[in-house]
Design a protein around this ligand. Structure first.
Ligand SMILES: Nc1nc2c([nH]c(=O)n2[C@H]2C[C@H](O)[C@@H](COP(=O)(O)OP(=O)(O)OP(=O)(O)O)O2)c(=O)[nH]1
Ligand SMILES: [Mg+2]
Length: 133
């Protein structure tokens, strides 16, 4: 079966303690309740980093400079209806306070505790990478 390729961009946002921000997918969205890296779909005409700057403003009310987005790894995962290709960037610098703008819960999580959070299947290998497994 041929599935469309879906390009989504996501971030591992690190605070000064080395914790990573996870956001819970809101009710009404696919995979509601699971914990994910903030981000979203790359729209036509956008580069991945432009899309991520936009998503972080929309979802978390923070301003990020594209130059502070460092590519680290990616997810490539077959879901039943699409194949997800998701570059993951890390970021340690932003302006403004993290204020979830879409009613999501957020949590700062030590890398070794990422696996305690139920997450989309595509994210499990990313948790391994970030926790140094
Ligand atoms: N943002 C994000 N999406 C993920 C992760 N893992 C994962 O499988 N996904 C999937 C869930 C969705 O099928 C897709 C992203 O869709 P989304 O609903 O967040 O996209 P979006 O923010 O642009 O939202 P919308 O405007 O379409 O509502 O990627 C992850 O860690 N972060
Ligand atoms: Mg999103």
């Amino acid at each position: 079966m041929t599935r469309p390729l879906l390009l989504v961009v996501a971030v591992a946002l690190y605070n000064a303690k080395g914790e990573i921000l996870l956001a819970q997918r809101p009710e009404g969205k696919s995979m509601a309740g699971l914990w994910e890296f903030p981000g979203g779909k790359v729209e036509p005409g956008e580069t991945p980093t432009r899309a991520l700057v936009r998503e972080l403003q929309e979802e978390l009310s923070i301003m990020v400079d594209e130059a502070d987005l460092i590519p680290i790894t990616f997810a490539s995962h077959d879901y039943p209806k699409f194949h997800l290709l998701m570059p993951l960037f890390r970021c340690r610098a932003w302006a403004g306070d993290v204020i979830p703008a879409e009613g999501q819960s957020v949590a700062w999580v030590a890398p070794s505790s990422l696996h305690d959070y139920p997450a989309p299947a595509a994210d499990i290998p990313l948790f391994d990478v970030l926790s140094g497994k």
